[in-house]
Design a protein around this ligand. Sequence first.
Ligand SMILES: Cc1cc2nc3c(=O)[nH]c(=O)nc-3n(C[C@H](O)[C@H](O)[C@H](O)COP(=O)(O)OP(=O)(O)OC[C@H]3O[C@@H](n4cnc5c(N)ncnc54)[C@H](O)[C@@H]3O)c2cc1C
Length: 507
Amino acid sequence: MKRNTTQNEYDIVIVGSGIGGATLLNRLAETGARILLIERGQSLEDSCAARDSKAIFVDEKFRPDEQWLDGNGQCFNPGNYYYVGGNSKFYGAVMLRYREEDFGELAFEEGISPAWPFNYQELAPFYHQAETLYQVRGKEGQDCCEPSGAKGYIGEPVADEPSIARVRDKLAKAGAKPFSLPLALDIDRWMDRAKTPWDAFPDTGTGKMDAESAALNPVLDYPNVTLMTDACVRRFHTGADGKQIQSVELVHSGQVLRISAALFVLSAGAINSAAILLRSRNDKNPEGLANSSGQVGRNFMNHNCTALLALNPFRRNSAVYQKTLGINDFYLSDGSGGGPLGNIQLLGKIDGTMLKANLKAAPQFAMDWVARHSVDWYVMSEDLPNPDSRVMIDSSDRIVLDWRRSNMTAHRKLLKKAKRLMRAAGFPILLSQPFDRRTPSHQCGTVRIGNDPGSAPLDSYCRSYDHKNLFVMDASFLPTSAAVNPALTIAAQALRVAEHIKITELQ
Ligand SMILES: Cc1cc2nc3c(=O)[nH]c(=O)nc-3n(C[C@H](O)[C@H](O)[C@H](O)COP(=O)(O)OP(=O)(O)OC[C@H]3O[C@@H](n4cnc5c(N)ncnc54)[C@H](O)[C@@H]3O)c2cc1C
């Protein structure tokens, strides 16, 4: 093993315990390398609030006490979570692969989704490993544009509740091909704790397979692995040449520390990783670290998403969790010879309290009635990379997120298709509301991979072209957002990068 021959305290420092950081750690732990995982947040403790929609959606008990600025200089409080396990503690546990076509160039009315530096076949074995690691349950052969290759599913999909089984049937009769969402979830354990949905609810170790429960916990007892919580990284420091990263500066329990290592992996999430690189600028790297291409913080993507409530006023939706169906009929084409539109999937069951949190002036009884009669969908289209869609740091060191949405023509068409389908399936009332900038749930693209160091900060293994001992392994690396949920692709790439680090750095 090419170990640390210097006075470094660790062989590897990983910043951030989300899907990227924790999955990478899971595979590197077995090498015996001395690894420090630095996490800004704490572990989520179980509490009544963890399953209480008022505490989560009205009191916003779990959101950070943080303000970012948008492109117009307006402050907002982002739904970006800082806990051990990162955003995956709140995720909907949908673990879909990108489609094979997503790795090639795709043409949309409003622009191009560029090709990846490698094809789907390169990632396929790591998708399989990621599905096994996250204990994904699913069924092959139902999803109409499912990518090739055996899946690593550990069991049958989470069952539809009776009201959702009926919706599946109605959709099929209306000509659609609904499929069971692959889910990283043990439904019995989740429901034993309390009968609630899991999408956007925090996981306190009760059945969701997230970055903490599935990837981090199994290796935490290794003697070579150390987890430091309540430790917020401010910046990296380089040696005099500006090339080698020497140490990371952080604030731990109120104290400023510097920790040295041979190798650094930045996994703080697509917005914070870009911000940390920009904040680390120095004389030799005046635009920030890993940024000779000028692309750090650019190409921010977040999916174009709309909540669609399909109501039948004469039938109650008795579902508790609901989130078991997806529809990819319009993923690769609009069905009439036009371009790709996106994915439709169920949201976790909405209740009246959640609706009222978004529509404060509406009477509670009306929101309760709507929620009792609605089947709730998430309509999702690709957001295209645009260098002007950016994460920046202002003169007071605050995060500025200037998100420029793209591809809205395709998104509007998808919403229209979804509404038509729901009407045909027996839902005459359709209410829709787009997700806004306060919800950067599918943030990605800010430190992308590419074959050309002039236009991408990272090579295809997420190594910085500028600093050979720096990797960025989280949603930042994604060169395109596709139109499926990102976590499985982040996990698969983390496993691929771990193999690369083992071979090139640790043998
Ligand atoms: C409500 C919700 C539902 C979602 N549902 C799905 C879904 O069903 N399927 C899916 O695929 N995806 C889903 N997502 C998205 C998914 O959770 C993310 O894509 C994924 O978790 C991102 O992983 P990451 O490693 O890039 O970053 P993160 O999860 O953001 O992890 C970054 C980690 O770094 C830490 N950190 C940040 N800054 C610092 C710092 N300065 N110092 C030290 N540590 C730091 C953070 O605390 C965090 O633990 C959802 C997200 C949300 C919020």
